[in-house]
Design a protein around this ligand. Sequence first.
Ligand SMILES: Nc1ncnc2c1ncn2[C@@H]1O[C@H](COP(=O)(O)OP(=O)(O)OP(=O)(O)O)[C@@H](O)[C@H]1O
Length: 260
Amino acid sequence: MTDAPTGPPRAIALSLRGLTKRFGATLAVDRVDLDIPTHSFYGVVGPNGAGKTTTLSMATGLLQPDAGHALIHGVDMWRDPAAAKAMVGVLPDGLHSFDRLTGGELISYAGLMRGLPRETVRERRDDLLAALDLDAAGSTLVTDYSAGMTKKIGLACALVHAPRVLVLDEPFEAVDPVSAGAIRRILQEFVASGGTVVMSSHVMALVERLCDHVAVVGHGRILAAGTLDEVRGGEDLEARFVGLVGDIEDQRDLTWLRQS
Ligand SMILES: Nc1ncnc2c1ncn2[C@@H]1O[C@H](COP(=O)(O)OP(=O)(O)OP(=O)(O)O)[C@@H](O)[C@H]1O
């Protein structure tokens, strides 16, 4: 018996091999292997402290791994960081930016740092501020931004050099529903036009709605990874997630909180 034809294998946009990171006694990421196909919208989910941010930080050149490799379209992030980083846009967790710049200046700075011509930077800055509904805030200092606005300006900085792969840590956290809709549209168009999005999130419904692939991370390891349907295995993602990472073990009642 032969297997049904599945079509040619998709190229890999981001490949992690044996990625490992320890902080003192904590093994935050433990020999992670993961392949993220090109043109996928890939969700990374896991409980608090599972190792998502540490993994994504190593994959994008923000944190040096103790062991292992991260390849962006075949280019090793830690052997050839300039070439690898040119292909990635990153929205880190808790953006530490130059918050005495205005939003517009911050996008321009990101574009110039990426080597774009001034005129291109100007055009893209204005396009991004409009697309993310930040025109009015473009001349406000980032230090005066709300959490959601800071997230949006971080996303604009990640997009300005038109990367092939976007790696986003909790892009929808603290973002209002209208802005979330704008971000969703931008990301969906990015994937439809050939880009790859990797996004961590705690919101299972959002991952089910947006992502075509998902990895579940727990205790620094990949517990399940594949297409959304493969990982769900007929359940909804939340049920599968709880099944994989385990329910909270100590279900102690806070009886002292009861009012009567
Ligand atoms: N700079 C650091 N120094 C010490 N320990 C760290 C550091 N960064 C992360 N850790 C630890 O590594 C583990 C993984 O943390 P990480 O932030 O990657 O998890 P996460 O899955 O992104 O969590 P969350 O969903 O809460 O953001 C945790 O135990 C965390 O306390």
